[in-house]
Ligand binder design. Structure first.
Ligand SMILES: Cc1cc2nc3c(=O)[nH]c(=O)nc-3n(C[C@H](O)[C@H](O)[C@H](O)COP(=O)(O)OP(=O)(O)OC[C@H]3O[C@@H](n4cnc5c(N)ncnc54)[C@H](O)[C@@H]3O)c2cc1C
Length: 237
């Protein structure tokens, strides 16, 4: 049984991402055929200037053509449960039915527990107890699909996740917000960083929603941005 750390790798991203989005954008406003637009695509900066304008005006279907796939390793089941709530994503997750946790299972310790030595020790002991009981169930012929009932939310999992660029931006807007739980925030930040490494121009879009909309719409604000009511003056009401 081991504490494990998150790792995220992008395993699929189109090489001609900018040109593909440009072709989609240009086709909306050009008399030329889409393939002619593709073949006559200008330099990156000119393409990006059109793309920024189109995205800025909320014409998001143009970025749905870009499909991305991530290998996400050593993430808790609590975190993947939050991730799979995003309905425009596709997932393939390590099964707790087909994969028996051999020996002892890996788990993720939340930072708030890890930072307290006493609680951290109790947490590790609790995981060990769960692991021992899981093994007992398996040794007594209980199927893995039923023995998993006692595995905690902290159990480590792996998941392959695919989504288009529009959904990635939406995911970042929601899950980079400080109101999101730290683990999923860290995961989505790692996904965004992987993309930004390859396409630095996307940095301005892979931001928390407050940066996108210019104010905080959460009840409990972290204070990074003004709330809507703070922005409105009495005369606006
Ligand atoms: C900080 C935070 C706290 C949360 N707390 C809770 C909680 O306590 N309980 C809980 O159950 N969930 C909670 N959630 C999950 C949340 O309610 C959403 O299920 C999750 O964030 C997915 O967001 P989404 O629906 O916008 O995104 P996606 O499923 O990724 O969809 C993207 C967008 O597509 C559109 N869309 C998708 N499906 C439909 C549809 N069927 N009809 C109309 N439009 C659609 C919407 O515009 C949506 O915003 C929380 C999320 C966050 C970020």
């Amino acid at each position: 049984m081991a504490k494990v750390e998150l790792s995220v790798e992008i395993i699929s991203i189109p090489g001609d991402l900018i040109k593909t989005i440009y072709t989609a954008c240009k086709t909306c406003y050009s008399a030329k055929l889409p393939y002619e637009n593709y073949l006559s695509a200008p330099d990156n900066e000119t393409m990006l200037s059109l793309i920024r304008k189109v995205i800025g005006s909320g014409h998001y279907s143009t970025i749905e053509h870009i499909q991305l796939t991530f290998a996400i390793q050593n993430v808790s089941r609590a975190c993947t449960h939050q991730l799979v709530r995003h309905r425009h994503m596709s997932f393939s997750q390590k099964s707790q039915r087909y994969v028996k946790e051999k020996g002892e299972f890996d788990y993720i310790t939340p930072k708030t527990i890890e930072s307290n030595p006493e609680l951290n020790k109790k947490f590790d002991d609790f995981m060990k107890n769960c692991s021992d009981f899981y093994q007992e169930l398996i040794e007594n012929g209980v199927l893995a699909e039923d023995a998993r009932a006692i595995l905690p939310n902290a159990t480590a999992s792996s998941i392959v996740a695919s989504l288009n660029l529009r959904e990635l931006i939406h995911l970042a807007n929601l899950r980079l917000c400080t109101r999101a739980q730290l683990e999923i925030r860290t995961l989505v930040k790692a996904m965004a960083d992987e993309v930004i490494k390859k396409e630095p121009w996307l940095k301005e879009y892979l931001v928390p929603k407050c940066v996108k909309i210019g104010y905080c719409d959460e009840d409990k604000t972290c204070g990074r941005m003004k709330t809507k009511s703070e922005l409105l003056t009495k005369s606006d009401l």
